[in-house]
Write a protein that binds this ligand. Structure first.
Ligand code: SAH
Ligand code: SF4
Ligand code: F3S
Length: 467
């Protein structure tokens, strides 16, 4: 075994002791509210925070004005995400004015940057303490210190590389869909991206811990398990000589139970044919692949430090379609990276036409403090970024709609997720390929599978009738 970053049992035990202390310190009936921004990693982290809060005697509430403890789990991926977290935190100030005992904590990617934790300390006097993504497990200790000493704390200088804490309590948001982190951190340093600076170095969980968690999820009836990591394809590199992500997936599929496995995210430089073969061979793996392209221009990909080119990417897509002809492929695109010319952008449009993605997630480039791209000359003007963004969406909407039209008249099995957010008379669910489907039905269907015949489509959703 190589470098194992798992915390010792004693260190984890220490946090359980702090959880006991907080529970004894507090009166009964305390409530905790957790607000989460950002990606699935943050959602998974918030489920651990909620688990720890519950263990400490708090009841988790969805009303911040009712809370004795508020935790804001922040994101830093784009400026907009940071501004949202700051503005929501600002609103909690008013709650605290009427409730002096209220404790407000912040964690997550935004406050894992030194300049942000300092500005919170100086400009948000009602925030009691922050803790960074690399020391999520120290939440009970920080909370206890705050309760007992009354001192505010903003120190994020602990483990910069990060550790792995096993065995923390978890309170899952859903009882049929679960996140399962297989690794943490990122080593890739794409030049636009803040994540490696705020999430520490790549570190894989031991396979036996992951397999045990998968076994428990399947045994408790979870229908869908999504494996998480910034770059799942490098799973195991830091830990094993001869065990990789494809091996892990195959092992998870050997777990008993009627469930589907998804995973995200895959970096094209590390995605292997072996992984695609494993998907083709295992019925439990959803036939869906999220493969972030970011740009269709080899020159921009170089400036982004992505370490692949168009040919390598198209080769992977070709192999996926050869092995799994009906596979759903989705991607992430950034428009307006520094130096992106009209020709570069047209190469991105060209990739959309060639690959024919089922769906894309597109973002306008946002400068991140301390990243190499922040310093690059020729930042693209806002109006140009916006115009390109709109052209990108328009092209993709046509492609997505055509792909969805192929479903009309077909009956598909969907996992029913809940009421539609936009139309309360409808249920919403997803099929194995992650297509959003709306249809009328009873609440009792939520959390199970239903067969739906598709009758009409939009670019981002299918509409149908229960069979
Ligand atoms: N680890 C994942 C993605 C993490 S962030 C991966 O490598 O694919 C999710 C997406 O946000 C990225 O794929 C990228 O498209 C986008 N993104 C990251 N940094 C950004 C920035 N500075 N500006 C705009 N979009 C960004
Ligand atoms: Fe960011 Fe690149 Fe790491 Fe993804 S792989 S988290 S885009 S640095
Ligand atoms: Fe995720 Fe945002 Fe952090 S996208 S990894 S929560 S910067």
């Amino acid at each position: 075994m190589k470098k194992d970053k798992t915390l010792s049992a004693q260190e984890t035990e220490k946090q359980f002791e702090f959880m006991d202390k907080v529970r004894k310190y507090n009166r009964e009936g305390m409530r905790a509210y957790i607000e989460t921004f950002g990606c699935q990693q943050n959602e998974a982290d918030s489920e651990r925070l909620a688990g720890m809060a519950e263990y400490m005697g708090y009841t988790v509430t969805d009303d911040p004005s009712d809370a004795d403890l508020i935790v804001v789990n922040t994101c830093a991926v784009r400026e907009h995400a940071e501004l949202k977290a700051l503005s929501v935190t600002g609103q909690f100030k008013h709650i605290k004015q009427n409730k002096s005992g209220l404790i407000i904590a912040m964690c997550g990617c935004m406050v894992s940057q030194e300049h942000r934790s300092q500005s919170i300390k100086n400009s948000y006097p009602y925030v009691d303490f922050v803790f960074d993504t690399r020391s999520l497990h120290t939440f009970p200790e920080r909370l206890y210190e705050r309760l007992v000493t009354g001192k505010r704390s903003f120190d994020i200088s602990g483990s910069q590389e990060g550790v792995i804490a096993e065995g923390l309590p978890v309170r899952r948001a859903s009882d049929f869909k679960a996140w399962l982190s297989v690794m943490y951190g990122c080593n890739n340093f794409c030049t636009y991206c803040i994540v490696p600076y705020v999430r520490g170095r790549e570190r894989s969980r031991r396979r036996e811990n992951i397999l045990e968690e998968a076994r428990q999820l399947a045994a408790s009836g979870y229908r869908e398990i999504t494996l998480l990591g910034q770059n799942v394809n490098s799973y195991g590199n830091d830990l094993y000589d001869d065990y990789d992500f494809a091996d892990l997936l195959a092992d998870i599929c050997r777990t008993d139970g009627d469930f589907t496995v998804r995973f995200m995210t895959s970096h094209p430089k590390d995605a292997t044919r072996k992984l695609i073969d494993t998907m083709a061979e295992n019925a439990k793996i959803a036939k869906q692949f999220h493969l972030p392209l970011q740009s269709g221009s080899d020159r921009i990909l170089g400036l982004m430090n992505r370490k692949y080119n168009r040919d390598r990417y198209l080769d992977l897509v070709g192999y996926m379609r050869l092995k799994i002809p009906d596979i759903t492929i989705t991607t992430d695109i950034i428009v307006g990276f520094p130096g992106e010319t009209e020709e570069d952008f047209e190469m991105t449009l060209d990739m959309l036409s060639r690959v024919q993605y089922d769906n894309i997630f597109s973002f306008i480039y946002s400068k991140r403090k301390g990243t190499p791209a922040e310093k690059m000359a020729s930042q693209v003007p806002d109006d140009v970024k916006k115009e390109r963004f709109e052209r990108l969406i328009e092209l993709q909407n046509g492609i997505s709609r055509r792909k969805n039209e192929e479903y009309i008249g077909k009956t598909i099995r969907v996992l029913v997720e809940g009421r539609s957010k936009t139309d309360d008379s409808k249920l919403t669910g997803r099929n194995e390929k992650n297509r959003l489907v709306h249809f009328e039905g009873e609440d009792s269907l939520i959390g199970g599978y239903a067969d739906v015949t598709v009758e009409s489509v939009q670019p981002h959703a299918l509409f149908g009738r229960l069979v």
